[in-house]
Write a protein that binds this ligand. Structure first.
Ligand code: AMP
Ligand code: ZN
Length: 112
């Protein structure tokens, strides 16, 4: 499958990984939008949030909890933001589910 993030999972494309377990990988974003900006992804290819089903609930919870733990480890306890863009209108550019973790600067709302 021609998926950029599956290639990162397989080690075919280099990434600055900060975490890996049997289900997830986290790595620094190549175009950081904050001093801390990394992505947490499932190893299994799931294209986007609308493809999640009932059986993915535990994986989704694990993704959220891991993002929070890693944000803490990266020194973001004062505040951080989690973002998951879904499909074209949601601004998703890579078709493999990923959670952005952004921190270490003041973040604003609403987003663009
Ligand atoms: P999204 O627009 O939500 O789909 O986010 C995709 C993110 O992936 C962007 O923030 C990109 O900077 C990031 N990205 C694209 N290619 C790579 C790569 N090879 N390594 C790390 N991050 C990447
Ligand atoms: Zn993939």
């Amino acid at each position: 499958m021609d998926c950029l993030f599956c290639k990162i999972v397989a080690g075919e494309i280099p990434a600055r990984k900060l975490y890996e377990d049997d289900q997830l990988v986290a790595f620094h974003d190549i175009g950081p939008q904050a001093p801390v900006h990394f992505l947490v992804i499932p190893k299994r290819h799931i294209a986007t949030l609308t493809d999640l089903d009932e059986t993915d609930k535990a994986l989704a919870g694990h993704l959220l909890y891991t993002a929070q733990q890693l944000a803490s480890e990266q020194g973001c306890d004062e505040g951080f933001r989690l973002v998951m863009n879904c499909n074209e209108l949601g601004g998703q550019t890579v078709g493999h589910i990923h959670m952005h973790v952004l921190g270490q600067r003041q973040l604003h709302w609403p987003p663009g």
